[in-house]
Design a protein around this ligand. Structure first.
Ligand code: FAD
Length: 390
């Protein structure tokens, strides 16, 4: 099944989609199933995407990337997911560099972006969430204290995905005490070279989860980092992190659209071939209608992803659209997942069908990188003007 272009106006990136589909054929269900069972990282798949240049697609050409827009990046990740794979192992390599691109110094851009574009440096660890702060990022406690030409970092992060498969980490830390009147001040962003830091104040501990996600806890114990790791202005880090969130939400939403497409196609195919009571189960409207609904929901979500991507590419504000795209797409993929599982009956639970794996994988996106409630709060307060609840 081929999805319609996200919007009539937006380019559908047909060539990129076809090339990504062809690449993904080299990584079929058995590949992902084995990794899932062993909870290992899809190194070969990530290498293939890197070599094809897809992970550097958002880096401008002057820094060695392909200088494509977010719509192209969304198309790449959507196709990975629609093929039955999972881009979570490497999607952050696409967009985490945006903080350096937007807020880094000329020297930092020249030093890091070409290496990231070539895949020689992996920047796909993003340390924001902490165990005691949760969604309230302004309550983080990891602190970086300036001492001469260095910062000394102490604290802990949780859910830092891909830390074991990244050379660099974008770290949000407190550089000034929390001021209740200006809660978003006093946070700063650092680009930490984890290769130099491991065993010298940095410890990474994997967390085993319901899906194969390479996520970790990270501990900082008097870790010394050079002062030139600071990105932009000290104390302005919260805004820098917010600036990167629209891209992340659009790309995760595209992955959800891809998942939904995979579930709908899988459910449709099974409903056509599975015969019970002497006819295909798909002849029953009780089976047909949820699949049709899942299709309609995923197409609607794709339109919102396309709208958010078009605004982003035009440099226009797109916070509401990026958030709505992420929420609608994650709900569409979850409904499609549930429908696909139900359509398969008992076989939906068998590992060999990949349905239960994708079901677990797509569930994440209503929690991370931002939970649905927080998106609803954003829409209520920032779009509808309702009073702040927190
Ligand atoms: C597999 C995985 C990978 C992740 N990768 C990363 C990563 O690479 N880097 C990183 O920094 N973080 C990462 N995260 C963290 C993720 O962003 C958070 O889990 C997510 O933002 C939710 O925060 P929390 O878990 O602390 O939930 P909490 O903040 O504890 O919230 C728990 C629940 O309460 C709800 N809630 C909280 N406050 C309110 C409110 N005021 N109104 C209504 N509902 C509310 C939330 O919506 C949520 O459903 C990852 C998480 C997972 C599970």
């Amino acid at each position: 099944m081929t999805a319609a272009p996200p919007t009539a106006a937006a380019p559908d990136h047909r060539e990129i989609r076809e090339a990504v589909r062809a690449l993904c054929q080299r990584f079929p269900g058995e590949y992902w199933r084995k990794l899932d069972r062993e909870r290992t990282y899809p190194a070969e798949f990530v290498r293939a995407l890197t070599e094809a240049g897809y992970l550097g697609c958002l880096i401008p050409e002057e820094f060695g990337g392909s200088g494509l827009g977010i719509g192209a990046a969304a198309a790449i990740l959507e196709e990975v997911h629609a093929s039955g794979g999972n881009g979570a192992a490497c999607h952050a390599q696409m967009y985490t560099m945006g903080t350096i691109l937007r807020h880094g110094s000329a020297a930092q851009k020249a030093r890091f972006l070409p290496e990231i574009a070539a895949g020689r440096l992996r920047l796909q660890a993003f340390g924001v969430t902490e165990p005691t702060a949760g969604t309230d990022t302004t309550a983080i406690r990891t602190a970086a204290v300036k001492q001469g030409d260095r910062y000394v970092v102490n604290g802990q992060k949780v859910w830092t995905s891909r830390a074991e498969h990244s050379d660099l980490m974008l770290l949000l830390a407190r550089t000034a005490p929390r001021d209740p009147a200006r809660k978003t001040d006093g946070l700063s962003v650092f680009l930490v070279d984890m290769r130099a830091a491991l065993g010298k104040g940095l410890t990474i501990r994997p967390i085993r989860t319901m899906l194969n996600h390479a996520t970790t806890e990270v501990f900082f114990d008097n870790l010394e980092v050079p002062a030139d790791c600071l990105i932009g202005r000290e104390g302005a880090g919260f805004r820098y992190i917010l600036d990167g969130m629209n891209a992340e939400r659009i790309l995760i939403a595209a992955e959800c659209v891809g998942d939904a497409r995979w579930f709908v196609a899988k459910a449709r195919d099974y409903a056509k071939e599975r015969v019970v009571f002497g006819r295909p189960i798909g002849q029953n409207q009780g089976i047909q209608f949820p699949i049709a609904r899942a299709y309609a929901q995923s197409q609607a979500a794709a339109l919102m992803v396309g709208r958010a991507a078009a605004l982003y590419e035009a440099g226009a504000p797109c916070g509401p659209e990026a958030n709505m795209a992420k929420m609608l797409a994650s709900e569409a993929s979850w409904f499609a997942a549930d429908t696909c599982l139900q359509t398969h009956g008992g076989f939906g639970f068998a590992e060999d069908y990949d349905v239960e794996r994708k079901f677990r994988e797509t569930r994440l996106y209503q929690v991370a990188p931002v939970s649905t409630n927080l998106i609803l709060a954003y829409i209520a307060e920032h779009v509808l003007g309702l009073p702040r609840s927190y």
